[in-house]
Design a binder for this molecule. Structure first.
Ligand SMILES: N[C@@H](CCC(=O)N[C@@H](CS)C(=O)NCC(=O)O)C(=O)O
Length: 227
């Protein structure tokens, strides 16, 4: 399988899931400007929307949209039920509920904070996201969103919250979420994924990560780049 990705973008979520599940995956970088892939293809022919992630199966079929990709990955192997419980188990629906919450209420508004086109409403977007994060902070049912198990929703949440330093959102004000980030960052398979994407710790605590090139050019307090 091939995973089309940008370093530190939302494609890091299925990347983490693959490593947690021991799935063999080939990472293929996509150039944001030209839409050429690192293996020499036109990415627009793979995903007409131009954004990552996309998953190409060994038979050439393509699946897009991060929340659908992580569910497919978890459902494809028996050990996947640890990250996404089977049909009939309400925990599965809870995980799906969080996937939807993260994609609609966090991921999309956060992406707008990287786009200067919306700078006149960035403060309002930050306020909306903060409201959602305050709600989420009180919801952790254990070390992870739904309890003891690290699920596909946790991987996705980690990736979106990892953009906090770039988007001017200080997660320290929500100790539950900050602690969540530290726990996920400490997972060996997550660490492997961060290393494979050549991401370096953004902060002294080693909880947030950014591409080396970004840290070298903008520093740890530089202006935001698009994920
Ligand atoms: N609805 C899509 C959104 C994906 C998305 O926003 N991808 C961003 C990275 S986080 C991207 O590739 N942006 C580049 C672009 O839009 O050209 C999903 O959930 O998979």
């Amino acid at each position: 399988m091939k995973l089309y990705m940008h370093a530190a973008a939302c494609s890091l979520s299925p990347h983490i899931v693959c490593r947690e599940l021991g799935l063999d995956i080939e990472l293929v970088q996509v150039d944001r400007q030209t839409h050429r892939t690192s293996d020499g293809k036109d990415y627009l022919a793979i995903n007409g929307n131009g954004y990552v992630p996309a998953l190409m199966l060994d038979d050439g079929k393509v699946l897009t949209e991060g929340p659908a990709i992580v569910q497919f990955l978890a459902d494809s192997v028996p050990q996947g039920s640890a990250m996404l419980p089977e049909v009939g188990n309400l925990k599965r629906n809870e995980v799906q509920s969080y996937l939807n919450f993260i994609t609609a209420e966090l991921h999309k508004p956060m992406v707008l904070l990287f786009n200067p086109l919306y700078s006149s409403v960035h403060e309002q977007i930050r306020a909306l996201i903060s409201k959602r994060l305050a709600w989420l902070d009180g919801r952790l049912a254990g070390p992870y969103l739904t309890g003891e198990a690290f699920t596909v929703a946790d991987a996705y949440l980690f990736v979106c919250l990892n953009w906090s330093p770039w988007t001017g959102i200080d997660l320290q004000q929500w100790p539950g979420l900050h602690g969540f980030m530290a726990r996920v960052a400490a997972r060996p398979k997550v660490h492997e994924a961060l290393q494979a994407e050549e991401l370096e710790a953004f902060d002294a605590d080693g909880v947030y990560f950014a591409p080396q090139a970004y840290l070298a050019s903008a520093g740890r307090t530089g202006s935001p780049v698009r994920p």
